[in-house]
Design a protein around this ligand. Structure first.
Ligand code: PMV
Length: 330
């Protein structure tokens, strides 16, 4: 009844923004991401009749899991599928800051779902694991898979065709890099879940965003296959700006950027004029993820660390999908 899984965070090149079904976490649009070696969550879970409540320890910080917590709903879902009621002890460790809005929920839900289903002897294949992980946090379904990953939006009402799969393994384009640049460690005011719901409800341009996504998916999917860096990076940057345009034009507006976010954007544009191949993408928070190739990573990282407001950077290359280990955390 105990198992341990390791999952990486992922950063989207074509963003998921908006649900068509809030209960099943079904997206309005497909998305493509890179699973990021360098931002990892390791989770051990044990179900036992000896535990009288669910507990979660993240990086040595223990808390009881409340009835209302999203995490509790996810563990309850897995318990109901397995047909057990035993409480769980969960211990997680991350090698990157959890509160910083760096897709920690993606690696967290991916590792938790994999470990919990293994502990309960469920033995799911990658597609089934991705579908179940999606029910905890949408973008987490992409962290199950290796390298470059597409999450198909699907059309079925039960969500059985809305899952992620690897479209290119981690060794297909090992030179590709994302540099996660941390500019704030404060908890964000509007979660991605709330932000996307508000966008779907109130943004007059949301339909225009949706109308462009399939094209971006095709361009980036083909660009990854051909290892066409400029096409992939340019399309990813513009896709991010289109998503932020919908966020900024909700009522009330959601503006995730802070001055340091703009500082990085402006400098990236300058460096590009100087000939460096450098692009950016931003999720539902102020952190900027730089897109570049291995050959430029040292120079770009050196420049980033000199900018006002940059706290730290994490350099990521295409990484593994979820893995199991017998080295338990307790
Ligand atoms: O799955 P969530 O609720 O963490 O939403 C993720 C939303 C974005 O990070 C902005 C985009 C994406 O595809 O990861």
């Amino acid at each position: 009844m105990k198992a341990t899984a390791i999952a990486n965070a992922n950063i989207a090149l074509v963003k998921y923004w908006g649900k068509r079904d809030k209960k099943l976490f079904l997206p309005n649009n497909g998305s493509i991401s890179m699973t990021c070696d360098g931002m990892q969550t390791k989770t051990t879970i044990e179900f036992s009749p000896d535990y009288d409540q669910d507990t979660l320890t993240i990086n040595n910080d223990t808390e009881l899991i409340k009835e209302s917590d999203d995490l509790k709903k996810h563990i309850d879902l897995i318990r109901s599928i397995a047909g057990i009621s035993d409480k769980a002890k969960i211990v997680s460790e991350t090698n990157f800051p959890v509160a910083a809005g760096l897709a920690s929920s993606a690696s967290g839900y991916a590792a938790l779902t994999a470990a919990a289903t293994k502990a309960l002897g469920m033995d799911l294949d990658e597609k089934a694991l991705s579908i179940l992980t999606r029910r905890g946090s949408g973008s987490a379904c992409r962290s199950i898979c290796e390298g470059f990953v597409e999450w198909y939006k699907g059309t079925k009402e039960d969500g059985s065709d809305s899952y992620a799969e690897s479209i290119a393994g981690k060794n297909h384009w090992p030179e590709f890099r994302m540099i996660a640049t941390i500019v704030s460690e404060a908890k964000k005011k509007v979660s991605s879940r709330a932000g996307m719901a508000q966008t779907v409800e109130t943004c007059p341009y949301y339909k225009d965003w949706l109308a462009t996504v399939d094209n971006d998916l095709e361009t980036i999917r083909n660009g990854i296959k051909k290892k066409d860096f400029i096409t992939v990076a340019e399309t990813a940057e513009y896709n991010c700006l289109k998503m932020h345009a919908t966020m900024i034009t909700t009522k009330p507006p959601i503006i995730y950027w802070i001055p340091a976010t703009m500082e990085i954007i402006n400098n990236v544009l300058l460096w590009r004029e100087e000939g460096l191949h450098v692009y950016y993408t931003i999720d539902a928070g102020p952190q900027v993820k730089i897109i570049c190739l291995e050959k430029d990573v040292e120079e770009i990282n050196r420049r980033l660390l000199k900018l006002n407001g940059v706290i730290k950077t994490i350099i990521c290359k295409p990484g593994d999908g979820v893995k199991f280990t017998n080295k338990h955390l307790f």
